[in-house]
Design a protein around this ligand. Sequence first.
Ligand SMILES: C[S@@+](CC[C@H](N)C(=O)[O-])C[C@H]1O[C@@H](n2cnc3c(N)ncnc32)[C@H](O)[C@@H]1O
Length: 245
Amino acid sequence: MSFEDEVRARIDSNASDLELRGAADRFMHVSLRKKYSYNFSWLGRPIIQYPQDIVVMQEIIWRTQPDLIIETGIAHGGSLIFSASMLELNALCGGPARAQVLGIDIDIRAHNRTAIEAHPLAKRIKMIQGSSVAPDVVQLVRRTASQSGSVLVCLDSNHTHDHVLAELEAYAPLTSVNNYCVVFDTIVDNLPADFLTDRPWGPKNNPRSAVRQYLESHPEFEIDKRVEDQLLITVAPGGYLKRVG
Ligand SMILES: C[S@@+](CC[C@H](N)C(=O)[O-])C[C@H]1O[C@@H](n2cnc3c(N)ncnc32)[C@H](O)[C@@H]1O
């Protein structure tokens, strides 16, 4: 058996291992309560992600070699710097030389903007301030995407059902075939109603419920089950959407 076949078989077996799944689910539950995702940075900027999701995004960006990564939700800029660093590595290794990340946030704090613009990887980053679902913002992003080759989309802004559904309608169609539209924080769907009392999202009103509705009329996307089977620990179960048509 090849190494790749062994990995595949182990991922399949782990995914149906109730003890492992239970341990991973418990870790997610407890660590989300402890705000574990806020503990990390990427090349100096805070990134609000789990390390497991960051590693799998590295695999996706390396495999798909995008020319453009569209990200909603910038916060401190860690995920923008991460994507820019991957595009820089891709370029160094013969991938798209001019690949860019386009970040959108309704509120880019001055200190975050200054730090992102001063970063050595800033040359690969463009930012738009505004709501990701505002028509002028969507139009600007669409125009950029229309001038790009392969496009990868990451949605990580406001996590209510209506907002994520509107983001999916606006940005998922920009995803290239064989690339991904990654919807973060679908994990909210698995949390009890009293978990996030300080947020408008919760059970039945979250990124996962939006993905479910979107997929009902968009067969060109499929949930890449392999990614979540591989990860087990992820904030995006059912959120790694692959464009297959
Ligand atoms: C979870 S943080 C993003 C984290 C970032 N992607 C990272 O990995 O470090 C969510 C961000 O979404 C932004 N946001 C909230 N509502 C938004 C909207 N309607 N349009 C665009 N961004 C929004 C917030 O200002 C916040 O910075």
